[in-house]
Design a protein around this ligand. Structure first.
Ligand code: PD2
Ligand code: ZN
Length: 300
């Protein structure tokens, strides 16, 4: 597709759809807030725009915006990075990290995005105990309501879940301390552990774990310890089929294996962190995970 002038774009109508300055402004705002082009396109289609007109409008508008900014400005428009949790792993040394006598094996590491896969973060008995504690308290999972900062049942996440209080019982406290030492991040900055159970067909569609600053409810969420900066997803069982944790930006697929875990960090609330990730559909049996999210500061 070739670049078009503003006048050409304004006259690129289909079914009487005209690209207005307001629409161009909105497209630029979405892009600069870090929204994915696919999501912007979907929003336009939902609002009644013809796909071809929407695609032309996006391309023409963003091209013009980049020309306006110039290469330097476009690069510096990223939000600033902040410190993040980071395990003490040196690939030229041992692949086993000793956490107070508990050996954790590093099975894989990646720099960008920062991802590590751990073997044996939890023992089989710890997994079983956590599932037994969580099971009776599971209910349909909720996710954050972007408008208010509260929570809502979300079709993108078809699992059952519950939260433990931080340090609620000895087992939870022990695991939280292990994670804090492993990723070198204060215990107090961790949210309470979440347990999720997925049944066959259930999945967690790709998302970012940080809170998107463009949403009106985010300010309220950030009052409790700032942004999320890291995630540990622990596998409490090995599903019979499916249920991998996927990172579509980098084509990474982490197999869910009982006792193992995947860690990743994100130093800004931005797609440039490449931390888009999801839980692939479970095809047979159940999948149980426990997630620890870490904030910038103490989570109250
Ligand atoms: O269960 C998973 O694999 C998964 C995938 C993506 C969990 C989470 N995100 C999460 O708890 O944030
Ligand atoms: Zn997630």
């Amino acid at each position: 597709m070739t670049a078009t002038t503003t006048e050409q774009a304004a006259s690129s109508t289909k079914g009487n759809q005209t690209v207005t300055d307001d629409l161009r402004k909105w497209i630029v705002e979405q892009a600069e807030a870090g929204c994915r082009p696919d999501d912007v396109l979907q929003a336009m289609k939902t609002a009644g725009w013809d796909e071809d007109v929407a695609l032309d409008a996006m391309e023409e508008t963003l091209r013009a915006r980049l020309d306006e900014l110039g290469p330097r400005k476009a690069r510096v428009s990223l939000p600033p990075g902040v410190p993040v949790p980071n395990p003490d792993y040196d690939e030229s040394k041992s692949p086993v990290i000793d956490v107070d006598g508990h050996p954790v094996r590093v099975l894989m590491s990646m720099a960008e995005p920062r991802v590590l896969v751990f073997g044996g973060l939890l023992t089989e008995a710890e997994c079983d105990q956590m599932m037994a504690l969580a099971g009776p308290r599971l209910s349909r999972s909720e996710t954050v309501d972007n408008a208010t900062g509260g929570s809502e049942v979300n079709a993108a996440r078809t699992s059952d879940g519950m939260f433990f209080e931080r340090g609620e019982v000895g087992l939870i406290d022990k695991i939280e301390r292990r994670i804090a030492k492993l990723v070198r991040w204060p215990l107090e900055n961790g949210e309470g552990l979440q347990v999720l159970r997925y049944r066959p067909g259930a999945e967690y569609k790709p998302h970012h774990d940080y809170f998107d600053p463009v949403h009106p409810g985010t300010a309220r969420i950030l009052e409790r310890g700032g942004q999320r900066v890291g995630t540990v997803v622990m596998y409490l069982n090995t599903p019979e089929g499916g249920g991998a944790t996927t990172f579509p930006d980098v084509g990474l697929v982490v197999a869910p294996v009982k006792g193992n875990a995947v860690f990743f960090s994100y130093d800004r609330a931005h797609v440039s962190t490449k931390t888009l990730h999801g839980g692939a559909p479970v095809t047979a049996g159940e999948k149980w995970v426990s997630t620890k999210w870490m904030r910038e500061r103490e989570f109250k």
